[in-house]
Design a binder for this molecule. Structure first.
Ligand code: SF4
Ligand code: SF4
Length: 483
């Protein structure tokens, strides 16, 4: 023990305390790490609750609670290293801004900005759209796609694994290009000694046996946008003439799930006012249709839209999330997959010790490319002149990228600085922030209590699994969050 340590004054570090099936844990906020509390740590927390303590006094206090003097000193040193307690000198460094040349990992290619559905809530076509597609190509051509793949390979130097995600509009309206890109990118990646994988999001209306065969043969991950039972789905996911799309897609989805044998098939549900029965939607998509995973996201919109979910609705969504979360835990303790991907995605982040400088990879390891070749922070910003970060023919505009990243950095979000959920939330989606507040760097303060409640629920699930069936968590070491 050094003289410096003996002069130290200790206080509790920044953490969120939670219980999981009778075990107590700390979520250490500056590190984004989880720490199980045993009797000694509990005693230490009690000693420092609400006050600071000089070194000698803290050691005395711990001795009076049953520790030997040498053990108490050693223990205090360990707890300082773990950031459970801190002194004025060892306050952890804030999260650093990643460099602007952070290597790219995922490129989202919006193969078209056209869609054969007219979903009223669509962020691309609806009232809150940020895109300005006027005068730009409606479909991406092969030259632009090829340049995009070359850009990805060049900008991802140092990464062995890279990803291409296909998006729209409706992605499959440009399926011939998708096939060309898969062939070209696979060859280029192989020539460069890289591993590449592909995924797409679709409304499923255009799936055919031949397309399914191609997707399966090329191990292309598929996420289907689908909102539940026929009654729920057809409320807003309609063709231009107002006819619902459920009857068209349900048989195609069944066929996809049955015949795409190389990757699990996921459903992504957009919750809107009146379509908030999460448990019923989950049961239908998982059990009746057979999706492997189902994930939910409340619609991104300004609060005055008719389909926006109000506070009461969001509280109801949270209650139903809890029902599925409880089920998830029971499945996990038996070593079984449940399929509620909102839990799996957060468990993956917790297992990987994620501590975010930014809410997501947009503008960092992930970029979107629109049909015109405009580069955007992510798929939701493509075709938007205001948000363009360059063009695939001329490369990325580093100044605009740096500005986007600076505004979106957690350090710029004053309201988040005292929030324990910031290692995972970091202020929330840039696109939602723009739609709600007109600034991609604004924290999404309309859902903080919701986010903290849900994060706490996932922490409890993590803690219970870690204590009782830790092997279950191994699958999350590499998993990426579903988008
Ligand atoms: S947006 Fe809200 S929940 Fe998210 S980090 Fe900021 S204060 Fe916390
Ligand atoms: S969280 Fe929002 S900003 Fe980030 S990638 Fe998703 S849609 Fe884009």
């Amino acid at each position: 023990m050094t003289a410096t340590a003996e002069a130290a004054v200790y206080r509790l570090g920044e953490f969120h305390s939670f219980d999981a099936r009778g075990e107590r844990f700390l979520y250490l906020v500056p590190a984004g790490a989880i720490f199980q509390v045993d009797e000694a740590v509990g005693a230490l927390i009690d000693c420092l609750s609400g006050s600071e303590s000089p070194h000698d006094q803290l050691i005395e206090n711990l001795i009076s609670r049953g520790l030997e003097a040498d053990d108490a000193k050693q223990f205090v040193t360990e707890m300082v290293h773990a950031n459970v307690i801190v002194t004025g000198r060892n306050v952890p460094e804030p999260v650093q801004t990643p460099p602007a040349d952070f290597p790219l990992q995922t490129l989202v290619l919006n193969l078209t900005n056209q869609c054969n559905l007219s979903c009223q809530y669509c962020y691309e076509f609806g009232a809150d759209k940020v895109a300005t597609p006027e005068g730009k190509p409606k479909f991406m051509d092969f030259e632009t796609a090829k340049a995009s793949v070359d850009f990805l390979l060049q900008q991802s130097a140092g990464r062995r694994s890279i990803h291409v995600t296909f998006f729209g509009g409706e992605t499959l309206m440009n399926f011939p290009l998708l096939k060309q890109v898969v062939t070209y990118a696979s060859q280029q990646a192989a020539d460069n000694g890289r591993h590449i994988d592909f995924s797409l999001t679709t409304n499923a209306t255009l799936l055919t046996p031949a397309i399914i065969e191609f997707l399966s043969a090329n191990r292309i991950g598929v996420t289907v946008s689908m909102d539940g039972t026929k009654e729920m789905h057809d409320k807003l996911r309609v063709f231009a003439n107002g006819r619902g799309s459920y009857d068209i897609i349900a048989p195609k989805v069944r066929e996809l799930i049955q015949n795409h044998r190389t990757r699990p098939i996921a459903a992504r549900v957009t919750l809107t006012s009146g379509v908030t029965d999460v448990v019923k939607i989950f049961r239908h998509l998982k059990q009746d249709l057979g999706f492997h995973e189902v994930g939910f996201a409340p619609v991104t919109t300004s609060p005055n839209q008719l389909y926006a979910i109000n506070q009461t609705g969001m509280n109801g969504v949270l209650e139903q999330f809890h029902v599925l979360a409880d089920e998830y835990l029971e499945f996990a303790l038996r070593g079984e997959a449940h399929g509620f991907s909102n839990v799996s995605d957060t468990l993956a982040e917790l297992c990987q010790g994620v501590n975010k400088s930014h809410p997501c990879g947009a503008g960092l390891g992930l970029l979107g490319v629109g049909p015109s070749g405009d580069i955007a922070p992510c798929h939701r910003f493509v075709d938007s002149d205001v948000h363009a970060l360059g063009h695939i023919s001329t490369g990325i505009n580093r100044e605009k990228q740096a500005d986007f990243l600076k505004r979106g950095h957690i350090d710029s979000k004053y309201d988040c600085h005292t929030c324990w959920a910031r290692p995972l939330c970091a202020g929330g989606c840039h696109h939602e922030a723009f739609v709600r507040y007109g600034d991609t760097g604004h924290p999404n303060l309309h859902y903080c209590d919701w986010i903290r409640d849900w994060t706490n629920t996932c922490l409890e699930i993590y803690g219970a699994i870690a204590a009782r069936n830790p092997g279950f968590l191994e699958q999350f070491a590499e998993r990426k969050a579903s988008s």
